[in-house]
Design a protein around this ligand. Sequence first.
Ligand code: NDP
Length: 448
Amino acid sequence: MAEYDFDLFTIGAGSGGVRASRIAAAHGARVAVAEEYRVGGTCVIRGCVPKKMLVYGAHFAEDLEDAKQFGWTIEGKSFDWVKLRDHVQTDIDRLEGLYGETLGNHGVEVFRERAEITGDHEITLASGKVVTAKYILIATGATPQRLEFPGAEYAITSNEAFHLDGLPKRVMIAGGGYIANEFAGIFNEFGSKVCIVNRSDQLLRGYDESLRDRLLQISVMKGIQFHFNTTFKAIRKNDDGSLHVELNGDENVDVDMVMFATGRRPNIDGLGLETVGVETSDGGAIKVDDFSQTNVDYIYAVGDVTDRVQLTPVAIREGHAFADTVFDDNPRTVDHSCIPSAVFSHPPIAAVGMTEGEARNKLGNIKVFQSDFRPMKNVVAGRNERGLYKMIVNAATDQIVGIHMIGPESPEIMQAAAIAVKAGLTKADFDDTVAIHPTMAEELVLLK
Ligand code: NDP
């Protein structure tokens, strides 16, 4: 008889949990995973994937408009939110099925219910079933942070945004980060009147200033309104069902929907962490070492619940490294440096490495190369929207320490450019590479 029911019990079947469970099982471990909502987690069910589908859907608004200049006549165009919403959800169902299949194919037992750590190596499921495991992995992700003020309950979060009955005419989004800018672009392209309310005058803190300024400028040009240095006082419901929003230090606004996009906090409530003494930070993140091990030696945590870098590909790597470390006798850590990222705003932003400000502070002597250009497609379309590429180089070594881009397809271009930055290539290496003409990406090898 084995000492424990399972070698690994994973709580949370999102990106990190599924990868860790699958790889651990492939290494021969007996694995179970508990998921209280839907297999796939935030990214697949109510994050990156459905969001990207909405971004594609939204972009047709511009493409159809631009098509006129390319000779196309499009009559009777209209947009049906419900149709898009339902198509997106159908595909999410399909993906959820695939994730479940992957776990099943690897012999991972899936409990579709909530799990709580109730003792040493012991987990109790919502149904009352008690199981034991040699190792426990917490991969419960994060949840949208809601603001608190009178009437805050009228606001939704991105969780609900994917399921709206109809498209709101007037949308107010709280926050100035990833989700705020992505959804502002989406709703604006669909024809909603969008405003962003942000507590500071800085959008997308952490991204290079030139890109943030450019996004703001283009967003304003597209009709998105901004209320900076503003906080919420109250929301109350008007007789017609719309919302009356009172802002501190700004005029009141009537809208049809308010959405909080004010960060995500680690999902630790009701996990039983205190029962076994797992340490958390002040912000509620589970504290882990480089191997994702908590202070309790048989409990590990990966992904957003550790609040290291809240990005799916990072959670996946952490989950994989954990499984290799614990179940394949192959200790591996994840390198959290030089992680490329993107904001799927309209237009999108992509970045890797240090911003100009960070590089100046850290390295002192840097060179900045920049291309501020109007993509050919925009010129023909008569769209006055410029792209901006910026390369930050360590002047002492010629090594590229950061690339920052805003413009069409910049995340697609960045994935390849990020390899070069991660590999420590120099500006001379880029200069030695022949351009592919005519492309936007060629700007990267033509920077003077
Ligand atoms: P972000 O951290 O990107 O932005 C949060 C925004 O909310 C900031 O503008 C922040 O202001 C503001 N804020 C935070 N707390 C408060 C508060 N108490 N009152 C008022 N404003 C507040 O979070 P998001 O919710 O947009 O996204 C969560 C995370 O999910 C991201 O950090 C990212 O890691 C991930 N994500 C990644 C995406 C991608 O890769 N494309 C897409 C969507 C999400 P301030 O700047 O002043 O702190």
